[in-house]
Design a protein around this ligand. Sequence first.
Ligand code: PLP
Length: 344
Amino acid sequence: FERAPDGSLPHGWLYSRNANPTRDALEHCLAALEGGAEAAAFASGSAATMTVFQALGGGAHVVLPLDAYYGTLKLAREVFATLGISISVADMSDVESVRAAMRPETKAVWIETPSNPLVAVADIARLAAVAHAGGATAVVDNTWATPVLQRPFELGCDIVMHSTTKYLGGHGDVLGGALVTREANALWERIRTIQSAGGAVASPFDCWLVMRGVRTLPYRMRGHCANARAVAEYLAAHRAVERVHWPGLPADAGHEIASRQMSDYGGMLSVVVRGGRDGAIATAGRLELFTRATSLGGPESLVEHRASVEGPGTRAPEGLLRVSVGLEHPDDLIADLEQALSRA
Ligand code: PLP
């Protein structure tokens, strides 16, 4: 950061909010991982989301998934609606309903696949085509799939968003977010300005932690996917279970599209247990190896009753438990589920 006697910046870094060598390294890493032109790292996934909306500006209209991460919808409804950004929510598994939601002032279509917490799958290529036909930017929240399992730019999307808190960091010890762009265009310039002028940036240490996590990302994803398959197949056959949402199951509504656009089906699943809210909370309460906690994408398996966390207006069924399948031995995970469900 030190200036030379002539006032120039020999290393190029002026001030940490604008740019920082560790953040630069993470941004180069994430751009390369997604196959994009540039990346920008933020203090959280939600700060990255917020920056996209701010860059679109007042007067913009955005189409969002009905079942987007509830924090994304909360931001859109409670923060950006008041700043003159209007939104429509659409069922992203139905391309025609997204087309019908488009308006002349639509500036972006926000895609989240697989979705949180219903693990629904949206067809990125078809939705990006609908966005582009309306002159809008296609944004994909790629948090759950990661660039290891899903390549949104190759499917036509323009901006990829991540909560690096999850699989990219991979150890449940960091909060962070990122945007990656396919091309450095005018919208990206505005995103960069908001990042450096607004300062909702990732700290250098958090950037370092995410880079350390990324080193093992492909191997961790292999383990998460294999364990999720074992757990999903076990749960789908259990008499105390009403429904399992995991796109790797052939009967799942998202199976066909996920098989086309993902290289594996991910480590997140949700399970609807018999007995509604009380049954779900009691089942989670009996688990010993799974930790009852928010967040996902780390080595430890986590379970959460989403309806309680999201509160009134949630789309999560009362009997639904969201499960982040970790990297423990799958037999241990299944044994824990067995003792919890057999007493249901
Ligand atoms: N997008 C998805 C799909 C998420 O699961 C989350 C967090 O759970 C976010 C965005 C928000 O990220 P953060 O908690 O880092 O702000």
